[in-house]
Design a protein around this ligand. Structure first.
Ligand code: NAD
Length: 476
C-alpha cells in the first residue's frame, strides 16, 4: 500500500516536472502552459448486461495539443480515476516529445475489471465507450488516436476501429483512428511486442556505455544479469522473454497479482506465462519458490528491477529496502517522487518511464503512418533489395570458383544477406534507432550538465525543451 503522506500520481509527475523546469530558463507562463492538462472529459454511460443496466465511468484526458493528433492508451482497470488519467496523459506528452513521435499527449481509461465480463459483454461496453468518445472527436485519425494499455489489447482496438468506421463511413483514413490493432484489421507487425522490445533495446543501449554501467555500480553486459520483473502482462512478458532468450539475462523473480515466484537459477518465462494464462495466477507454479506477498520480491538482491505493472509500487514504504542498482520503469509511474529521491541518494540508476516504455508509442506511430499511407512497409523495396543482394552473392561465388582455392561464403551468410527487410524487420529497425537516439539525447544532458544528476531529470529537460519549441513556433 502507498503510504498516506505520498503525493498522488499526478502530483508526483508534477514534482518531477518542476524539478526539471527549475533548471531551465522558461518564461513562467509557458512553464505553466506545458505543465497543466488541457482538458479531461468524463463520461458515464449505461449498458444493458445480464438483464439490467450497468453504469460505467470513463475518461479521456488531453494534456497537450502542441502537436496533433494527441496520443495515448486506453486503460481498463478498477484503479482508473481522473488523477491517474491526467498523470498518464502528461507522461504521454513528454514521452512523444522525447522519442520524436509527432503527437501531443492524451490518455483514457474505463473504471472496470475486465476479468468480470465475457467477450461479448466487453465488446458491448467497449463499443459504447468508443461511441461516446468518437462523438466528441476524442477518437479521430487527425485529432486523438488511442492505443492499448493495461487491461486492453488488440481485440479492444479492433472494436474501437470498427466503431469509428461505422460512425464515419466515408473517412478513407478511418483505420488510423486507433493503433495497436490486429494485423488483419490494419495493425502493424511487431506492435504487440513493441513496448517490451523497447525495454530490451533501452537496456542494450544503456549497456553500450561503460561509464553509465559504472554509475549503476555494475559491469559487463546483459548476459548473466539477474532480473526481477513485476507484472507478466504485455510489457513485462515481452521484456522478460527477450532479455532471457536473446541477451542471456536471468529472470530470478516474477511478481504477479497473486504473489511471486523466485528462482535464483532463472525462470522459464514462456512456461510461467502459460501457467498464468491457464490458472489466472502464478501460485502453484511447480518451479522456484512461491511468495504470497509478491512485493517482498521487489526487495531481493538482483542487478536489474523491471516494474511492469502499476504505478506507485516503489514508494516511501519500500524504497530504502530496494537493492537493485538499476531500475528500468517499464510501467508508467512505478516509482513515486519520494521514492525517486531516496533511490537517487542511494546511487540507484533509474531509466525513466517516459523513455523506457516509449516503444509502444513509437511503433504506434509507425502503424498510424502505415494506415495513412495505405501500404505495408517494405512492400515496394523488399524484392528489389533481394535482387541486388543476389547480384553481389553471385559475383562473390563466381570469384571464389575462379580462384580455385576453396574459399566459400561462411555458412548462413547467404540466407541472412539475401533476405530483404519485411515489415517486422523495418519496424524493429525503426524502434531500435528511436530508442538509441532518445537515450543518447538524455545521456548527453546527464553527462554534460553538472546540475543534472539523474536520467529522469535529463529526460524531462529534453522533452520539455522540445514541447516549448513547438509552442514558441506557434507564437505562444
Ligand atoms: P497488461 O494488462 O497486459 O499487464 C499488466 C500485468 O500486471 C498483468 O499480468 C497483471 O496481472 C499484472 N498486475 C496487476 N496488478 C498487479 C500487482 N499489484 N502486482 C503485480 N502484478 C500486477 O498491461 P501492460 O499493457 O503490460 O501495461 C503495464 C504497464 O506498462 C502499465 O503501467 C502501462 O501503462 C505501461 N505501458 C504499456 C504499454 C503497452 O503498449 N501496452 C505502453 C507503454 C506503457
Amino acid at each position: 500500500m502507498t503510504p498516506i503522506q505520498e503525493p498522488s500520481f499526478r502530483e508526483s509527475v508534477d514534482i518531477m516536472f518542476n524539478r526539471a523546469v527549475a533548471l531551465m530558463d522558461l518564461p513562467p507562463g509557458l512553464e505553466e502552459k506545458i505543465r497543466v492538462c488541457n482538458a479531461t472529459y468524463t463520461v458515464r454511460f449505461g449498458v444493458r448486461l445480464r438483464g439490467q443496466i450497468q453504469t460505467f465511468t470513463g475518461y479521456r484526458s488531453v494534456h497537450s495539443e502542441h502537436m496533433e493528433p494527441v496520443k495515448g492508451g486506453i486503460r481498463y482497470s478498477m484503479g482508473v480515476n481522473q488523477d491517474e488519467v491526467e498523470a498518464l496523459a502528461a507522461l504521454m506528452t513528454y514521452k512523444c516529445a522525447l522519442v520524436e513521435a509527432p503527437f501531443g499527449g492524451s490518455k483514457g481509461g474505463l473504471c472496470i475489471d475486465p476479468r468480470e465480463y465475457d467477450e461479448h459483454e466487453l465488446e458491448l461496453i467497449t463499443r459504447r465507450f468508443a461511441y461516446e468518445l468518437v462523438k466528441r472527436d476524442l477518437i479521430h485519425p487527425s485529432q486523438n488516436v488511442p492505443a492499448p494499455d493495461m487491461g486492453t489489447g488488440e481485440r479492444e482496438m479492433a472494436w474501437i476501429a470498427d466503431q469509428y468506421a461505422r460512425m464515419n463511413t466515408t473517412d478513407i483514413n478511418s483505420k488510423a483512428c486507433v493503433t495497436g490493432k490486429p494485423l488483419n484489421a490494419g495493425g502493424i507487425a511487431g506492435r504487440v511486442e513493441a513496448t517490451g522490445r523497447g525495454v530490451q533495446y533501452a537496456l542494450q543501449e544503456f549497456f553500450r556505455y561503460p561509464e553509465d554501467i559504472a554509475k549503476a555500480g555494475l559491469d559487463g553486459t546483459l548476459d548473466g544479469k539477474r532480473v526481477v520483473v513485476q507484472g507478466l502482462g504485455n510489457v513485462g512478458f515481452h521484456a522478460a522473454k527477450f532479455l532471457s532468450e536473446e541477451d542471456g539475462s536471468k529472470i530470478v523473480a516474477v511478481i504477479e497479482r497473486d504473489g511471486g515466484i523466485y528462482d535464483p537459477n532463472g525462470i522459464n518465462i514462456e512456461e510461467l506465462r502459460a501457467w498464468l494464462a491457464k490458472h489466472g495466477g502464478v501460485k502453484g507454479y511447480p518451479h522456484g519458490q512461491y511468495a504470497e506477498d509478491g512485493s517482498t520480491l521487489l526487495e531481493v538482491e538482483c542487478d536489474i528491477l523491471i516494474p511492469a505493472a502499476l504505478e506507485g509500487v516503489i514508494n516511501l514504504g519500500n524504497a530504502a529496502q530496494i537493492q537493485a542498482p538499476l531500475i528500468i520503469e517499464a510501467a508508467n509511474g512505478p516509482v513515486t517522487a519520494g521514492a525517486d529521491e531516496i533511490l537517487r541518494e542511494k546511487g540507484c540508476v533509474i531509466i525513466p518511464d517516459m523513455y523506457a516504455n516509449a516503444g509502444g508509442v513509437t511503433v504506434s506511430y509507425f502503424e498510424w503512418v502505415k494506415n495513412l499511407s495505405h501500404i505495408r512497409f517494405g512492400r515496394m523495396q523488399r524484392r528489389q533489395e533481394e535482387a541486388r543482394h543476389q547480384l553481389v552473392v553471385d559475383e562473390l561465388e563466381e570469384l571464389a570458383a575462379s580462384t580455385g582455392n576453396g574459399w566459400k561464403l561462411s555458412p548462413g551468410f547467404k540466407d541472412k544477406y539475401l533476405k530483404g527487410a519485411g515489415e517486422l524487420e523495418l519496424v524493429r529497425s525503426g524502434l531500435d534507432d528511436t530508442m538509441r537516439i532518445a537515450y543518447q539525447s538524455m545521456r548527453a544532458v546527464w553527462h554534460n550538465r553538472d546540475d543534472v544528476t539523474d536520467l529522469r531529470t535529463a529526460a524531462y529537460l529534453v522533452a520539455i525543451d522540445k514541447v516549448a519549441s513547438s509552442y514558441r513556433a506557434k507564437g505562444l
